[in-house]
Design a protein around this ligand. Structure first.
Ligand SMILES: [Zn+2]
Length: 174
């Protein structure tokens, strides 16, 4: 994976490809600088939101298709993932959640993210934040999952409750 920039962010030398830790990486040729673009994954929290006995799926305002998914968000510095997921549920749905139950972590390779997924029982009246454009409520036995990180978290939580969710047929790209 190449860096999203061509020049060293520390000393502005042009980056070169070099082996570090057993992998080819973009690195600064200046030995005194020593910058390496490690390309580590970014942690992202995701919430399977349960509200009044149903699952809430939301559509991000930036997504072109009518595709509904989990509430997700980045961690703040020093923030506990369990606190971050409750903050995201409040910011994006206007709901108060408590006692987030850890589902698992999932690799989202395309975005180089590590998804940290929780089940959150949330209360209140839904008011969408700026990032979301609409939401749907789905009964547990009608939820279908998508074959990517957050969808697999949703599937695994439903299975843990004894449901047998089916996979969505995704529209083919191109
Ligand atoms: Zn440098």
């Amino acid at each position: 994976m190449s860096a999203p920039f061509r020049y060293c962010p520390q000393c502005t030398e042009a980056l070169v490809e070099r082996e570090h830790g057993g992998m080819l990486r973009q690195a600064c040729p200046d030995a005194g600088c020593g910058y390496v673009y490690w390309d580590n994954p970014t942690p992202v929290v995701a919430a399977v939101v349960e509200h009044e006995g149903e699952i809430i799926l939301a559509r991000n305002a930036l997504w072109p298709q009518r595709f509904f998914a989990l509430v997700t968000g980045f961690l703040e510095r020093n923030e506990d993932p369990a606190e971050a997921v409750l903050r995201e549920v409040e910011e994006e749905l206007g709901l108060q959640g408590s006692d987030p139950g850890f589902i698992g972590h999932y690799r989202f390779e395309r975005m180089n993210q590590l998804i940290i997924a929780y089940h959150v029982v949330a209360h209140g009246r839904i008011e969408l934040g700026e990032e979301l454009s609409e939401y749907i409520r789905v009964p547990f036995d009608k939820v279908r999952y998508w074959p990517a990180a957050t969808g697999l978290a949703l599937r695994d939580w439903l299975r843990s409750r004894g449901y047998d969710p089916q996979q969505i047929e995704l529209p083919r790209r191109g």
